[in-house]
Design a protein around this ligand. Structure first.
Ligand code: FMN
Length: 221
């Protein structure tokens, strides 16, 4: 329902049992609270988004290439952007991965380790190419790898932020069509001098955006 610019007609005081609750008009009188319609100078019509599209409104998101290894120590790599922090202490993150046995999921289940390599513009194309369903996608990507410091899974050579993780849990939540892969960060590295602008934020499909200029918000008065 759109916001209205006119005040609603006066209402009778509400009651719960014998206790009366102040009407919005009374609250305004008592506390001098401004009506919402007075605070909003111009109300834009909002466009309704179908629920099946609503999750796409959570953007832009960090893009990462997750590296894993199979028991033969062959490396796999796949791009993900459903990633978020979960805990400072211990440091933990989660990945949202389609609820099917992808190579990434298989390797994480078996090896209990993975590496999150944050994707920067300089190798974004190589990272995205690892989203292909080709058995030799990793070789074709042209990416090079180097040993992890605390885990037996390699990381991407040249990645500017690397988070080595140990699996804590794989959560299947009701009908949710993605697994929640919880990992504890056991080693972290960052290239000094990394600029925000270098980081590739994912919008959807093959569309990305840079993070833009930093700004401060005086939220705490
Ligand atoms: C930029 C980008 C972001 C993606 N993000 C996700 C994601 O967050 N979750 C997911 O399940 N799949 C995501 N995908 C799709 C996976 O990368 C794709 O399913 C891949 O084939 C899985 O590879 P694997 O079988 O080697 O694990 C993304 C793909 C791209 C190109």
């Amino acid at each position: 329902m759109p916001y209205r610019n006119r005040a609603s007609p006066p209402t009778k005081p509400n009651t719960i049992g014998t206790k009366s609750i102040a009407s919005p008009q009374e609250m305004i009188k008592r506390k001098g609270v401004k009506k919402i319609s007075q605070q909003i100078s111009h109300v834009k019509a909002m466009e309704k988004v179908p629920l099946e599209e609503s999750i796409r409104l959570i953007y832009p998101r960090l893009t990462v290439l997750v590296t894993t290894a199979n028991p033969a120590r062959e490396v796999n790599a796949a791009p993900y952007s459903w990633i978020a922090p979960v805990s400072f202490s211990p440091p933990m993150l989660y990945l949202g991965i389609q609820r099917r046995e992808t190579l990434t999921v298989k390797n994480i289940r078996r090896g209990k380790e993975f590496v999150v390599n944050v994707v920067t513009r300089d190798w974004a194309e190589k990272a995205v190419s690892c989203g292909a369903k080709l058995p030799d996608k990793v070789e074709r990507s042209g990416l090079e790898f180097e040993e992890g410091k605390k885990v037996s899974v390699p990381c991407v050579k040249g990645a500017k932020i690397v988070l080595e993780c140990r699996l804590k849990d794989i959560i299947e939540s009701g009908q949710a069509d993605h697994f929640l892969i919880l990992g504890e960060i056991v080693h972290a590295e960052k290239e000094p001098g990394l600029e925000d602008e270098d980081i590739a934020m994912h919008i959807s499909g093959e569309t990305f955006v840079g993070p833009g200029k930093r700004f401060q918000v005086e939220g705490k008065k």
